[in-house]
Ligand binder design. Structure first.
Ligand code: AMP
Length: 114
């Protein structure tokens, strides 16, 4: 989609090392990591926010979460624990409008989040 940062990563216009890729999703490290492991998992399809998710997206969302748990294992944060987060719109602090699942780990997290 025209100006979307993550679509530019997907097209290769913004060169980015991928941690994982499949027919439907890709994963790469966050440019401004908030934890020792901070990986973003995104669908190849441009979906702006969680509000735009439809029934047809069920399997890609499942694939994203499954990739997060596999990547957590690869990063060796699965036993200590990790957090997966989707931010949706302004109140949650979404800044890139192409849905992405944050995988964060390697340190302790507070609850409730700030
Ligand atoms: P959110 O605030 O939930 O929309 O998250 C967007 C995330 O994208 C932020 O954590 C940014 O640090 C990250 N980000 C922005 N540009 C890039 C980039 N070129 N490569 C990797 N991560 C990025």
């Amino acid at each position: 989609m025209g100006d979307c940062l993550f679509c530019k990563i997907l097209s290769g216009d913004i060169p980015t090392e991928l941690e994982y890729e499949s027919e439907n999703i890709v994963a790469f490290r966050d440019i401004n990591p908030q934890a020792p492991t901070h990986i973003l998992i995104i669908p190849r399809e441009h979906i702006a926010t969680l509000n735009d998710v439809r029934k047809k997206h069920r399997s890609v969302l499942g694939e994203m979460q499954l990739a997060a748990s596999k990547l957590a294992e690869k990063e060796k944060i699965n036993i200590g624990g990790y957090r997966t987060v989707f931010n949706c719109n302004e109140d949650a602090g979404q800044s890139v409008f192409h849905i992405h699942l944050h995988l964060l780990g390697g340190r302790g997290f507070r609850w409730p989040p700030g």
